[in-house]
Design a protein around this ligand. Structure first.
Ligand code: NJP
Length: 261
């Protein structure tokens, strides 16, 4: 797939991975409708995208609210004359041991990480089905494939997103609409500062990839038609190892992410 002239909706585009992806795709000639709750930050991304010579609009929306998600997709399609690609990137973290997981916070996280993508997919599908093709990119997490201690609520939301996305992929197999899943792990963004629950522990020396690098990997993977996208080879291997030797993988994950404070 060539990005030039594609009409792309990106949620969570005001900062982090969403912002980097917006600017990467603008550089490849895609037209953009960018969504998040905070209008001011979004407007700044829109200006940067336009400076790269493409059309871009900001549509403020809380994707966890069904009506707002539907209105956002409708406004995006009206502004761009249709939609070719939806990127469900908006997400929120939650750190807490399962024993003390707040049902209220878990509900909020499910609203953004699981229902948000569902609302946007349901709103965009009529456009994609009518034109007989398109691409849906759901940004999940390595924690959506591997149970991650102290991230039970977040991990559950992303496991559910992975299941929903793979079912959707199977349902759309004959439609010309592709569904791509992205499984990042530690990325240099403000994600942890905005997460709910307990503060994430500092992990001095832990290696994190830049949001720009993730954006480049996602943009290229879409061009080559990949379905499941990992940021680092070691993360792909960890998931494969977890299938073959679950105990070993659990120990590696505990070593990496298992600090309680
Ligand atoms: O997060 P951050 P990342 N409705 O906090 C928006 C996954 N991931 O870029 O609404 C609409 O910098 C928010 O804008 P605002 C992660 O799960 C990351 O790191 O104005 N938008 C902002 O634009 C997520 O799915 C890491 O607050 C909403 C954006 O979402 C994706 O990568 C690791 C919203 C969040 O920007 C992007 O994360 C991993 C709502 N209700 C998975 N709530 C990592 N960074 O290490 C938030 O495994 N937003």
């Amino acid at each position: 797939m060539n990005w030039r002239g594609r009409r792309v909706v990106i949620t969570g585009a005001s900062r982090g991975i969403g912002r980097s992806l917006a600017l990467n795709l603008a550089g490849r000639g895609a037209n953009l409708a960018l969504a998040a709750r905070s209008g001011a930050d979004l407007e700044a991304v829109v200006r940067s995208a336009r400076a790269l010579g493409v059309q871009a609009v900001a549509v403020a929306a809380d994707v966890s609210e069904e009506q707002q998600a539907r209105d956002m997709v409708r406004a995006a399609a009206a502004a761009m004359g249709g939609v070719d690609v939806l990127v469900n990137n908006a997400g929120v973290g939650l750190r807490a041991p399962v024993q003390h997981l707040s049902p209220a916070e878990f509900t909020l996280v499910l609203g953004v990480n699981l229902l948000g993508p569902l609302h946007c997919v349901q709103a965009v599908l009529p456009y994609l089905l009518q034109q007989g093709g398109g691409l849906i990119i759901n940004v999940s997490s390595l924690a959506g494939l591997l149970p991650t201690p102290f991230l039970g609520g977040y991990s559950a939301s992303k496991h559910a997103l992975v299941a929903l996305s793979r079912c959707l992929r199977a349902e759309l197999a004959a439609s010309g609409i592709r569904v791509m899943l992205v499984h990042p792990a530690s990325v240099e963004t403000d994600f942890k500062q905005h997460a709910l629950g307990e503060p994430y522990p500092a992990r001095p020396g832990a290696s994190r990839v830049s949001a720009d690098r993730v954006a480049e990997i996602v943009a290229r993977a879409a061009e080559t038609g990949r379905q499941e996208v990992f940021v680092r080879r070691s993360e792909r291997f960890l998931v494969a190892a977890a299938r073959l030797a679950p105990g070993l993988a659990d120990r590696i994950i505990l070593g990496r992410y298992g600090k309680s404070r």
